[in-house]
Write a protein that binds this ligand. Sequence first.
Ligand code: AMP
Ligand code: GLY
Length: 429
Amino acid sequence: MKVLVIGSGGREHAIVWKLSQSPRVDKIYCCPGNAGIAEIAECVDISPKNFKALSDLARYEWIDLTVVGPEDPLAHGIVDHFEREGLRIVGPTRAAAQIEASKVFAKDFMRRYGIPTAEYRVFTSYLHAEEYIKMKGAPIVVKADGLAAGKGVVVAETVDEAIEALRRIMKERVFGDAGERVVVEEALTGEEASYLVFTDGETILPMVSSQDHKRVYDNDKGPNTGGMGAYSPAPVVTPEVETKIMERIMKPVIRGLRKEGLRYRGVLYAGLMIKDSEPYVLEFNCRFGDPETQPILMRMKSDLLETLMAIVEERLDRVALQWRPEASVCVVLASGGYPGSYEKGKVIEGLDEIKEMKDVVVFHAGTKYRDGRIVTSGGRVLGVTALGRDIREARERAYEAVKKIRFEGMHYRSDIGIKALNREAADIQ
Ligand code: AMP
Ligand code: GLY
């Protein structure tokens, strides 16, 4: 079979890497891809925004299945477009993708189905929102309604900070139309975890739990990024918590989407806050997470292509997923200056050495070829991912590999997985 993967990050490299292990996959295309993906797939320089060019490629190359990495094409209806063209694609329709693309939709949906989440109000008026923030006091969370590349959420420690965020979102319109409405919500405390499932709209098959690291510096300091690393499993997601996530969140959401006539076939990702073993939803994403997908797919034993085909053919009830018992850790190597401005085109050294290492895979994010060498071309450059008997061993392997890689300005967090270690130690005591 021929498969097309849309996107160019570490998540897409992990998807392509996993698909390439399927005996049924003959050829993989990726639009636009990166230097790492180019080693196992044919990269075609088409933007994920250009639906017409993508569906033309799928038709002319006789592609059997298309898989979408990022949220943007899903929120703009790539699934609707491909299906109109009679092409097979995994992902929610534009209407169903609102679960990620509109925070107001997601919160109101959760309220309709009694799904545990922070208490909230929706505002279209700046003045009313300001009044509400003053009345509630801090800490408080202000969220732009629409997609804002992960930057539309401010967890404010003071009322002034919340009002400043509100002003930027609603008055300055720093995220454009995404700031037409805002959600103002209660700040939750606890530990975050990511929980992803495959679904064909009826059957739900969970993946292994994971946790990402959003802040740029160690000990969760500094500004938010796209994610500086992740590990799996997340010890905070105990079997008891997992049962609650499935029963109180995943099942009612999938049932609710179906009831509202929203066709959802793909991956549903719940960003959770877990407090005293009670899970609350912070957000939904309508796709695989980045960087969570890297450690998750390292642990997946089952065939990803078979799973995705079962989703589009709505026969996921006949699939049983298998996972490796080992833990995995992914450490992101970023360009100097990221998440602020950074330079591109730095030569990356040391990648060949790692190819010899067992149970370590370097997933590329912002990389490309220049004059036969691999150079940086984005903020997040590589995701060094390792398996180990437990988080401790996976961490050691990942950081051992990290030491072999060099590029000018490279920086990374040295504490990926530490929280899980501390928890393991606390459980033993
Ligand atoms: P979101 O895009 O909604 O996931 O928000 C991004 C990040 O903001 C989350 O991963 C949390 O770290 C934080 N966050 C969002 N909502 C809340 C909340 N109600 N309470 C505390 N932190 C939150
Ligand atoms: N890791 C967060 C996300 O994929 O949205």
